[in-house]
Design a binder for this molecule. Structure first.
Ligand code: BV8
Ligand code: ZN
Length: 245
């Protein structure tokens, strides 16, 4: 059972503006592979960074479509874990709580979080790569990538690929929340993907207390004010209990 320094609990009890940045580690206990977990089966021969790019989709749209289709099915079959639900509780505890997620699995929304900024999109949504129209349904023949009903363009997952810009409104809101928060949590992220990884450092520069909850050290670890190594699905509920006590 994680124990927390009394000064941290005192600080959190009187904090009003709090930000939590989450990464794939938060969904690991829901059975979803993290981004740097070794891929399995057919996908073991590929690195995610080599598939999650516009170039990969241009070169082999069917390969990329199928990778996302298998990940979409995994995400659909996953349920939020105790870490997701603890973040829902944190949104009720802190007057101004902003959840910034790099995750594309939709589990924070499924758990009941409301004020969510999805920096990298959502794998459950599919849009046209040409006209941007969202598709509710699509054919699923084994040979080709489904096409847009409006313009016949290739459909694609509604996620941000490497070398693609993040959605401006979400990123601006994330930067604003980061600059004004008193406490910044970095949870279940390796802290290497930019510009999301820069947020924790910006919070620290602006004087926020930075707390890392992660299974292993990251480039942020030596700079944080409080560090909890372990599973977010165990540490977050314990933290919420300690704050609520
Ligand atoms: C962009 C969607 C402008 C797709 C993803 C500087 C500035 C700007 C850009 C760059 C820059 N330097 C480099 C770049 C380029 C690039 C980048 O960052 N590259 C990296 C690899 C160096 N960034 C971009 O391209 C971004 N675009 O900036 O646009 C631009 C325009 C033109 C040209 C250049 C730039 C776009 C980045 C978004 C990419 N899309 N996802 C998809 O999912 O398929 S990112 C992807 O990585 C996922 O979203 C994932 O969430 C994210 C980050 O990974 P993590 O979440 O941290 O997951 P990871 O597996 O790494 O770590 C999990 C951690 O959890 C581990 O530490 C593990 O120990 C821990 N853990 C595991 N289990 C648990 C746990 N912790 C707690 N409890 C557990 N149970
Ligand atoms: Zn279209």
């Amino acid at each position: 059972m994680t124990t927390f320094p009394p000064e941290l609990i005192q600080l959190l009890k009187k904090s009003t503006r709090v930000v939590a940045l989450t990464g794939a580690g938060v969904s690991q206990e829901s059975g979803l592979r993290t981004f740097r977990d070794a891929q399995a089966g057919l996908w073991a021969q590929y690195r995610p960074e080599d598939l999650a790019t516009p170039g990969a989709f241009a070169r082999d749209p069917k390969l990329v479509w199928d990778w996302y289709a298998s990940r979409r099915e995994s995400a659909k079959g996953a349920l939020p874990n105790a870490g997701h639900y603890a973040l829902v509780e944190m949104e009720k505890i802190f007057p101004e709580f902003t959840l910034i997620t790099q995750n594309v699995d939709g589990l924070h929304r499924m758990a009941g979080s409301k004020n969510i900024l999805e920096l990298h999109g959502n794998i459950l949504n599919v849009r046209c790569s040409e006209c941007g129209t969202f598709a509710e349904t699509w054919g699923d023949d084994l040979k080709s990538v489904p096409r847009c009903e409006k313009c016949n363009g290739l459909l694609r997952p509604d996620v941000v690929w490497f070398e693609e810009s993040l959605p401006r409104a979400q990123l601006d809101a994330a930067i604003n929340a980061t600059h004004t928060c008193q406490v910044f949590f970095s949870i279940g992220t390796s802290g290497v993907v930019q510009p999301a990884a820069a947020l924790a450092h910006a919070a620290r520069t602006d004087g926020a207390v930075v707390i890392e909850i992660n299974a292993e050290p990251t480039p942020l670890t030596e700079k944080v004010d409080f560090l909890f190594h372990g599973k977010s699905g165990e540490i977050l509920p314990a933290l919420v209990n300690a704050i609520s006590a």
